[in-house]
Design a protein around this ligand. Sequence first.
Ligand SMILES: Cc1cc2nc3c(=O)[nH]c(=O)nc-3n(C[C@H](O)[C@H](O)[C@H](O)COP(=O)(O)O)c2cc1C
Length: 234
Amino acid sequence: MKILGISGSPRKEEQSGVYQTVKAVLDATGLDYELISLRGKKIGGCIACLKCAEDNVCKVKDDMEELREKIVEADAYVIGAPNYYSGINALTRAFLERWFQFRHREGNLLWGKRAVAVGIGGTSGVPPAEEIEMYMMYNFIKPVARVTGQGAASCYSCGFGHECKVGIPYMLYGDEAKNKVLQELAPDVRKDRELMNSARRAGELLARDLAECSREEVTREMQKLLFEKMKESV
Ligand SMILES: Cc1cc2nc3c(=O)[nH]c(=O)nc-3n(C[C@H](O)[C@H](O)[C@H](O)COP(=O)(O)O)c2cc1C
């Protein structure tokens, strides 16, 4: 079994709440894994050229090419994204849009695999995690667990956080923000016991699910779920 971890944050790995949380989930699986950061990668969104319809291979030439084989070979995914404007950030979205290449006809390369969605935000990580789960379901991949938490918003380190009226410190502490040492208040996912426990549980659940269920079973379950969802939305 091999798990592919993806961190969609453009921040350096050491400072990224997404990267550190994805890593905590992967460590807890006890399985072989590779963790890839999308930071610095040039990946554009799907351009709807439909050249992948025939053979399930995207023809756009960018950094997604080298990731395709890793996606195909992995048995499961741990995918994390930061919350940007109450949704998934553009880099992770572009990466996931390109999974359209796997969706055509009987292209069952990803069907029945499992995933854990990780979302980290300055206040909430729920919106990107929900979006990641939806992308997974479109390829009949089962989201087995969701991990969401608070990371360090840039406002804690941008230099203007004490006075900025649209920044998170001001929203949380009001005028008191100017008397605080913001670097000390910045959340750190590694010190957040609840979040790290949730990451550990998700990793363990992923490993258990992989051991207990076959891809065929999961595919049937996910097909049923997705078709029901689609009918509801028409
Ligand atoms: C352009 C931008 C928009 C953001 N919008 C939101 C938001 O709408 N809600 C939120 O909770 N955090 C928001 N944040 C804060 C990030 O989600 C937060 O810093 C998180 O820790 C980023 O993950 P990372 O540490 O892995 O980069 C935003 C940050 C940026 C740079």
